[in-house]
Design a protein around this ligand. Structure first.
Ligand SMILES: [Zn+2]
Ligand SMILES: [Zn+2]
Length: 554
């Protein structure tokens, strides 16, 4: 009989940045590492989020022993509220992670009303957790842009499997411990069969600069600002939020947080003691807006140009409390994720138009540094771990390909570096690694139609079920509606009566006319169009077809 082999199946994060998810299997035990989301590309109108297709896990649910989380970023945990319900036949599912990652997941599951599907285990470094008969997991601290980030080691009789998660080697991290090089080296000494390494920054030579550099730049730019300062970053970049609060505080500014996801992420991080702002520095938004302009710092969501986020509303003048005027400063302490460049540059333009001084990385390169390892750090990880085989993950195809070259520079042979496709089964024995079959995989589209009203859609089903298309033309400069909206059904063959569509179109028209003043931002139009139409069509036809707003700018 053939010796049992380990199987590794990436279900997300390969050939893309986002929706990270990897399955490890050995002799009837299955472990899942991370379950993230991805932002849709701009052409995917009407889709709110993308999550991995986990049909394979659902079909083999009796083997699933646990879901392990490397850290609390959306691209690693965001899929849980949508996908955990698919695993409910084996609920509660054990979920392991840092206190912070678990608290974020718990908040998401609470909101979705599915907390009962999970059984949480907060991990401690240097502890080992037995998972099923054949895996033992250990979490090894790494530096990233959020505290509570870990590489995960899975011990098997064939050797260790090390999954780095997102990491870098920051010798002077402002929050949390540095990467535990000593433990990684020890694991390397014990024998590592396979390393899965974050590869997303492989294009960058040298080392990623320390976060300490960003702290200095923030201190300097906030110090130079005359009016209000609005700083945007990822809601879950807790390290950056801490740096910004401290920089603001040192310049005598109070700090107010605007944007639901950032309010929530900072509140949780403070409750757990990861964030410890000086007393009294954090104030509510309505208090901050009454303070003199040079004594306040707003931290907001929207660094990716997201339409519904606080910054987009500040930029378009729609924010209920925060107004920008000439002489105010807006700081982007983040870079756009691939695919978001265009919406981010539109937001920057809008802010300039309002008279703000906008600071972003093209102007001030150290206003942000990546949370990911550059080339020398990637090599250093290989030297610490010394795996027999290596698979790059967390990257577009070019990143994976460049990582293979890097590994070969360090002395790895071509057969030792595997670049899988999504759903590809990599099979490993003590001395061999090969690609075997593939499992069902890909993208599932998440359509959010208001509170707790979420629909998961497979692409093939959308084609079958039909879509509602709403077209309109908007003046690129003023944002005013020039023509439309026009609502039509495609592939719904008589399932929706014409009067329902006409009524829905009427309602949308009325809504848009009422909100015309001051123009529209693209994303606002997308989300409101979906909401108005979906409500109308559900009311009259009791259906929830996919709604695709097609907005042309002239
Ligand atoms: Zn991350
Ligand atoms: Zn990530």
């Amino acid at each position: 009989m053939a010796r049992p082999r380990i199987r590794v199946i990436p279900l997300g994060g390969i050939g893309e940045v986002g929706k990270n998810c990897t399955v490890y299997e050995y002799r009837g035990d299955m472990i899942m590492v991370d379950l993230g989301t991805k932002f849709p590309e701009e052409e995917m109108r009407g889709v709110d989020l993308i999550v991995p297709d986990i049909s394979y896990v659902v079909q083999n649910i009796d083997r699933l022993r646990a879901i392990l989380l490397t850290h609390g970023h959306e691209d690693h945990i965001g899929g849980l509220p949508y996908l955990l319900p698919l695993l409910k036949s084996r609920a509660p599912i054990p979920i392991y992670g840092s206190a912070l990652a678990i608290a974020y997941v718990r908040a998401k599951l609470d909101e979705a009303g599915v907390t009962n599907l999970a059984q949480f285990q907060i991990i401690e470094p240097r502890q080992q957790y037995r998972l099923g008969k054949h895996f033992t997991a250990e979490f090894i601290p790494v530096t990233h842009s959020i505290p509570g980030s870990f590489a995960i080691g899975l011990k098997t009789v064939l050797g260790w499997l090390v999954h780095t998660g997102d990491y870098k080697f920051d010798p002077t991290p402002p929050l949390g411990p540095p990467t535990d090089e000593a433990r990684l080296r020890e694991i390397g000494d014990e024998g590592v069969l396979l390393l899965l390494s974050d590869a997303v920054r492989v294009e960058r030579p040298g080392h990623t600069p320390s976060e300490a550099v960003v702290s200095e730049t923030l201190y300097r730019t906030i110090g130079a600002a005359k009016g209000r300062v609005v700083l945007t970053s990822f809601a879950s970049n807790i390290t950056r939020i801490d740096q910004a609060i401290r920089a603001g505080y040192r310049h005598g500014r109070r700090v107010a947080i605007s944007g639901r996801s950032m309010e929530q992420s900072t509140r949780i991080a403070m409750e757990l003691g990861y964030l410890t702002p000086p007393d009294g520095v954090i104030v509510p938004v309505d208090v901050a807006t009454k303070l003199p302009r040079d004594q306040v710092l707003f931290l907001t969501t929207g660094s990716q140009g997201e339409a519904s986020a606080a910054l987009a509303r500040i930029a378009s003048g729609e924010h209920p409390a925060i107004r920008i005027q000439k002489g105010d400063t807006v700081i982007f302490s983040a870079t756009p994720v691939p695919g978001n460049e265009e919406t981010v540059s539109q937001t920057i333009d809008q802010l300039f138009r309002r008279g703000a001084d906008v600071i972003y990385s093209a102007i001030e390169p150290t206003i942000h540094v990546s949370g990911h390892a550059s080339r020398e750090e990637l090599k250093f990880m290989l030297r610490l771990i010394r795996p027999r085989f290596v698979i790059p993950i967390h990257g577009e195809y070019r990143h994976l390909s460049l990582y293979r070259d890097l590994a070969m520079d360090v002395g790895y042979g071509e057969q030792q570096v595997l670049i899988p496709d999504l759903g590809c089964e990599i099979s490993l024995g003590r001395d061999s690694a090969r690609r075997e079959g593939t499992v069902e995989s890909g993208a599932v589209l998440v359509d959010i139609l208001g509170n707790r009203n979420v629909i998961l859609r497979q692409r093939s089903e959308i084609a079958k079920a039909g879509v509602i298309i709403a077209t309109m033309i908007v003046d690129r400069e003023s944002g005013n509606l020039i023509a439309g909206p026009d609502v039509s059904a495609q592939g719904l063959d008589g399932q929706i009566e014409p009067w329902v569509l006409e009524r829905a179109e009427e309602e949308l028209k009325k809504f848009l006319e009422k909100r015309q003043k001051g123009g529209f931002s693209y994303g606002y139009l997308v989300s409101r169009t979906k909401n108005v139409l979906s409500r109308q069509i559900y009311r009259h036809a009791k259906m929830r077809p996919m709604i695709m707003p097609v907005i042309s700018e002239l």
